[in-house]
Design a protein around this ligand. Structure first.
Ligand code: UDP
Ligand code: MG
Length: 312
């Protein structure tokens, strides 16, 4: 019998767990042809999530859970899930029921047809603020154009991955992860299906704009070096123009002498160049920061307990 793991990253989801669990049980009971594993990753929740997971495991042998030692963020929580999953394939789903479990049989259908990565594209984004939708659209456009890989818009982590994809993702151990880019990077045979993304059932989204911004920076810097190139090119052109202007000033001086003039233009040029320099330094800094954090080679996460067992 083939085994299917459902991976559910949970951060403060005590209100959603009692809602999603019955849904998943319904799904498992109506697909008895497979062996099922529900793998919850408790990403350092501060509420009753862990106790709930203990209870679930007590009454249902299909439930496994990994509890991380603190909050590492969804990207790392998913990596922990990849490491502990036992299935022949793995379905990633949010705990807040924004991704409908009813789509999973369709994913499995395509998996059985030989697809390795069946991902769900949302037709609507649910009730998100206008600003968030716009920012997300801008980000994807930028990423699309700056990297060689198709990072798909309106596609999240809700997908089915074959064991081969899971193994591939497990080998990508960078600590500042942008998993959405990795799915494309690893390749394998992909299949798209569509769904309507609903609203969060309970609790509130744990992302804020600061986190989304840092995920965006991770996304861009981990999949392209275009920002570095832009700063090089911009720096080159601006220096060229400055050089030409210098010649002009020089010639002018030789011909007409030097009345005190051009103070505003001087200031403008200095400020402009200063801005460009700061920008370029910032971009380089982003990359160096990543090199630094990768070179420390720290483990990506620590597990506090797996099922009932304490892990170092
Ligand atoms: N999540 C997590 N760690 C975090 C933040 C979120 O494991 O630090 C989980 C969360 O429990 C949920 C999923 O990631 O299952 C998506 O989170 P959320 O609903 O907050 O994101 P959104 O739907 O707004 O993108
Ligand atoms: Mg959500």
């Amino acid at each position: 019998m083939k085994k299917i793991t459902i991976l559910i990253p949970c951060y403060n989801e005590e209100q959603n767990l009692p809602l999603i669990y019955p849904e998943l049980v319904k799904l498992m009971d109506s697909n008895q042809a497979y062996e099922w594993e529900l793998l919850f990753v408790n990403d350092g929740s501060h509420d009753g999530t862990l106790e709930l997971l203990h209870q679930l495991r007590e009454k249902d042998g299909r439930v496994n859970f990994v509890s991380l030692s603190r909050n590492f963020g969804k990207e790392v929580a998913m990596l922990a899930g990849f490491d502990y999953a036992k299935g022949d394939c793995l379905v990633i789903i949010d705990a807040d029921l924004q991704d409908p479990p009813s789509l999973i049989p369709e994913m499995i259908h395509w998996w059985e047809q030989g697809y390795d990565d069946v991902y769900a594209r949302r037709k609507s984004r649910g009730k998100e603020s206008w600003l968030r939708k716009q920012l997300s659209m801008m980000f994807y456009r930028l990423l699309q154009q700056s990297s060689r890989f198709d990072v798909l818009q309106n596609v999240g982590d809700f997908r089915l991955l074959d064991r081969r994809c899971v193994n591939a993702l497990k080998r990508m151990r960078e600590s500042e992860r942008y998993t959405k880019g990795m799915y494309s990077w690893i390749g394998f045979k992909k299949k798209e299906i569509e769904f309507d993304r609903g609203d969060r059932q309970a609790g509130k989204s744990s992302w804020n704009y600061r986190q989304l911004f840092s995920l965006a920076i991770d996304g861009i810097t981990s999949f392209s070096s275009l920002p570095l190139r832009i700063s090089t090119i911009a720096g080159f052109f601006i220096s060229m123009m400055a050089f030409i202007y210098m010649m002009v000033v020089f010639v002018k001086k030789l011909i007409w002498g030097n009345p005190v003039q051009g103070y505003p233009s001087l200031l403008v040029i200095i400020l402009f160049l200063g801005g460009i320099q700061l920008l370029s330094l910032g971009i380089i800094g982003e990359y160096i920061g990543r090199i630094y954090s990768e070179s420390k080679n720290r483990p990506d996460y620590f597990v506090d307990e797996y099922n009932e067992e304490k892990v170092i």
